[in-house]
Design a protein around this ligand. Structure first.
Ligand SMILES: Nc1ncnc2c1ncn2[C@@H]1O[C@H](COP(=O)(O)OP(=O)(O)OP(=O)(O)O)[C@@H](O)[C@H]1O
Ligand SMILES: [Mg+2]
Length: 249
C-alpha cells in the first residue's frame, strides 16, 4: 500500500513547524517555522546567540525540540535520532570540527560511510568520492589531529558527504578561515549544489555565503526576522539593525 505521508508536496520538502527550544528557563527558539525544498540552497545569518546552531541541532536531531514538528521528505522525524535522520539523508557539520583523533583522514570518513551503507566496497568508494570532492586525497593517510583548520573543515564536509545526504546542514564551515581558504570551500559547496544536494548554511562571512545560496534567512533572539531573496534580506531594516548595524561581527 502506498504511504500517503511520503507523497505530495511534503515529499520533496524539509520543514520545522512551530519549533520551540528551551534550556531550563532559557528560551532559545520561539515558534520558528522553517521550510525548504530538498534541493534548495538556504543561508542563515544572525548575531551571536541568535539561536542559529540550536535551530540546526534541533532540525538534525542532536536536540529534541521542546515543542514543534520536524518533517523530512514527507516523514515526521521529530522523534528520530540524529543517526536515524542521517540514514534518511539529513546530516550536519559542526561549528567546531570534531574529528576522531588517532585515526587518519580516510578512517574518519570511513566511519561515517559505514554508518550509512553496510557493504564495505560501497563504503570504501564513498570515502574516495568524498575525499576527492573535498580535495583531500593527498592527506588521506594523515592523522586527523595533525590537520590544519582548512583541512579539518574539509574533513567535516567529507564525513557528511560520505553518508550520501539529500540535505546537508553546514554550521560556520567557513569560520576562522581566510577569504581564499573559504573560497576553496565555496567551490566544493557549489559542486554539491550542482549535484542537487540541498544546503542549509549558517555563516558569518556573508559575501562567501551569497556565492552559494538562493535564499537567505536572518535570525535574531530565537526568531526568524527575515526570509527571502538574499539582497532583499540584507537590505531589510530589521536585519540591518539586528545584525549588520551594532554587533561585533
Ligand atoms: N546546550 C545549551 N544549554 C544551555 N544554553 C544553550 C545551549 N546551547 C545554546 N545555548 C544558548 O542558546 C543561545 C543560542 O545559542 P546558539 O549557539 O544557537 O547561537 P548562534 O546563533 O549559533 O550563535 P553563534 O553565531 O555565536 O554561533 C545562547 O544564549 C546560548 O548560550
Ligand atoms: Mg552557532
Amino acid at each position: 500500500m502506498q504511504d500517503a505521508t511520503t507523497t505530495g508536496i511534503g515529499a520533496s520538502r524539509f520543514s520545522g513547524t512551530g519549533i520551540h527550544k528551551r534550556f531550563g528557563a532559557l528560551s532559545v527558539l520561539e515558534n520558528v517555522d522553517f521550510s525548504m525544498g530538498l534541493s534548495e540552497a538556504v543561508g542563515i545569518v544572525g548575531p551571536n546567540g541568535a539561536g542559529k546552531t540550536t535551530l540546526l541541532a534541533t532540525l538534525s536531531g542532536a536536540y529534541p525540540p521542546s515543542a514543534g514538528t520536524v518533517t523530512f521528505a514527507g516523514r515526521d522525524v521529530t522523534r528520530q535520532s540524529a543517526a536515524e535522520r542521517c540514514r534518511a539523508g539529513l546530516v550536519r557539520t559542526h561549528q567546531v570540527p570534531k574529528p576522531f583523533s588517532g585515526m587518519t583522514t580516510f578512517e574518519n570518513v570511513y566511519v561515517a560511510a559505514s554508518h550509512a551503507v553496510n557493504n564495505r566496497d560501497e563504503a570504501y568508494q564513498r570515502v574516495i568520492d568524498a575525499l576527492e570532492l573535498c580535495g583531500m586525497l593527498d592527506v588521506a593517510n594523515r592523522r586527523a589531529e595533525t590537520l590544519g583548520l582548512l583541512d579539518r573543515k574539509r574533513l567535516e564536509l567529507a564525513r557528511s558527504l560520505a553518508t550520501g545526504p539529500k540535505v546537508i546542514l553546514l554550521d560556520e564551515i567557513g569560520g576562522g578561515l581566510t577569504d581564499s581558504e573559504a573560497q576553496e570551500l565555496v567551490l566544493t559547496i557549489q559542486e554539491l549544489k550542482r549535484r542537487g544536494i540541498g544546503i542549509v548554511w549558517i555563516e558569518h562571512i556573508v559575501h562567501v555565503l551569497l556565492q552559494v545560496v538562493d535564499r537567505l534567512i536572518c535570525m535574531d533572539a530565537g526568531k526568524i526576522i527575515a526570509d527571502g531573496d538574499p539582497q532583499t534580506v540584507m537590505s531589510d531594516p530589521h536585519v540591518v539593525k539586528a545584525y549588520l548595524g551594532g554587533g561585533p561581527k
